[in-house]
Design a protein around this ligand. Structure first.
Ligand SMILES: [Fe+2]
Length: 194
């Protein structure tokens, strides 16, 4: 289950009012990329891709948090019955499926961390999980960016970026490029932000 596009837009607007920030624009860029890539490959529903992309960071509604935004989004979407959006709130931050590779603060309780760890371990990533993992790394608030530059930027801000996570992002890019038969930047309409 996931909400309609209109309901998802409403949820994002409401969340943006609770905690204004560039994350709202980043969510829109992510959704747009996901929709375009889904249209370019076979077997993916572009509407679902858009909606789950739009909601992947919805946990930011509840304040400025690191791992907390993953937990809050996962819980929030689950409580509303949107299990397919909830799983994306969780999976988007862990392209290697490992909680310990999270870049940022572990700002939730040990019990909550354990809950996430178990949920993540039980998950087998599907096409939408992979798609939003990729789009998250293509989307800045200003628009589509060069993935390598975005990862460099995170490396600078957080002081590190695990090589294996970097490689996994490049692997996801290649995966969808092969499915689309095109360069990913062509699919999403080119790099739009520096
Ligand atoms: Fe994101």
């Amino acid at each position: 289950m996931y909400p309609t596009r209109q309901k998802a837009e409403e949820l994002l607007i409401e969340a943006g009012k609770c905690n204004p920030g560039p994350w709202e624009a980043h969510s829109r860029v992510t959704a747009d990329c996901a929709c375009k890539i889904a249209r370019a490959v076979s077997g993916l529903d572009a509407e679902k891709a858009y909606v789950v992309g739009l909601l992947h960071d919805i946990g930011r509604k509840f304040g400025v948090k690191h791992l907390g935004h993953v937990y809050d989004g996962w819980r929030y979407m689950s409580e509303l019955g949107y299990d397919e959006a909830a799983r994306i709130c969780l999976s988007h931050s862990f392209n290697e499926g490992k909680l310990e590779n999270y870049i940022g603060k572990f700002d939730i309780t040990e019990e909550e961390t354990e809950e996430l760890r178990l949920a993540l371990a039980a998950m087998k990533f599907d096409e939408y999980d992979k798609l939003i993992q990729l789009c998250d790394s293509l989307a800045a608030a200003e628009g589509v960016v060069d993935m390598k530059e975005r990862m460099e930027d995170i490396r600078r801000r957080y002081g590190q970026y695990p090589q294996s996570k970097w490689d996994k992002n490049m692997e996801l890019k290649t995966y969808f490029e092969q499915k689309a038969g095109k360069d990913i930047y062509t699919v999403v309409g080119g790099i739009s932000a520096e």
